[in-house]
Design a protein around this ligand. Structure first.
Ligand code: PGA
Length: 248
């Protein structure tokens, strides 16, 4: 199973549902539709209405982040995994580098993942090295720490998806070499095997400047289980072209 996940970030108003309808129209008729799942993560303001709209459709809705508490609390502006689940969402992104830069550390992320899993959300957990770490050949150690300091053997790995997103690649148009991407994905899968003491790992996706023009390169690396797509997911045409070109 492949995943094509659209991360809308701070984008979208109620009428943006048209984008999702167009993607749904395509997926429903696509001969490859049984080979992949599409998930769109709109901003919190649209979560409930979009999840309701997509019930029974080919698109799943997810959130982009949550607060690190389970249920209700007195934190102004915060939204918990429980509230997200109750909005009808099935997925949640946790650990995006945007949120790590805003202060999400491993302890906070561990709680977010734990409470999201407790509320039966499927967690898309993001990891990735920055430019300096890459330059100093610290990619493996960075990825290993990001995984092992947050994930625990007892976590339900059936509800986990890992997204490898090199920070220097997000929104820049620069993508890793095929060799680096293959090696890093293998390394992530091996690390996950150790954490979960299991041969079967959660799916590992790639994210960072994925577009219809470069998806052909990624499609050759078969151990990549799918993609987390930012910029290009805000246009139904670009998003659909990514799926089309992946299976070309
Ligand atoms: P991008 O973003 O596709 O615009 O590079 C990816 C992400 O931040 O998830």
């Amino acid at each position: 199973m492949r995943y094509f996940i659209g991360n809308w970030k701070m984008f979208g108003v109620p009428k943006s549902i048209k984008i999702i309808d167009k993607i749904n129209f395509f997926v429903r008729r696509d001969k490859n539709r049984n080979k992949y799942r599409v998930i769109i993560t709109p901003p919190l303001t649209l979560l409930g209405s979009f999840a309701k709209h997509c019930k029974g459709k080919a698109i799943n809705i997810g959130a982009q982040n949550c607060f690190d508490k389970d249920l209700f609390s007195s934190n102004t502006g915060a939204v918990s995994p429980y509230m997200i689940k109750k909005s009808g969402s099935k997925f949640i992104i946790i650990g995006h580098s945007d949120n790590r830069l805003e202060g999400d550390n491993n302890l906070i992320l561990k709680n977010k993942v734990k409470f999201a899993l407790k509320n039966n959300l499927k967690v898309i957990f993001c990891i990735g090295e920055n430019k300096k770490q890459k330059k100093n050949k610290k990619t493996f150690i960075t990825l290993k720490q990001q995984l092992s300091k947050v994930l625990e053997k007892k976590f339900n790995k059936q509800n986990l998806i890992i997204a490898y997103e090199p920070i220097w690649s997000i929104g820049t148009g620069t993508i890793p070499s095929g060799e680096d991407l293959l090696n890093n994905t293998v390394f992530i899968k091996n690390t996950l095997k150790k954490i979960f003491n299991s041969k079967k790992t959660p799916p590992v996706l790639y994210g960072g400047s994925v577009g219809s023009d470069n998806i052909g390169k990624f499609s050759k690396i078969k151990i990549i289980d799918g993609f987390l797509i930012g910029g290009a997911s805000k246009s139904s045409k670009k998003f659909i072209d990514i799926i089309k070109n992946y299976y070309r």
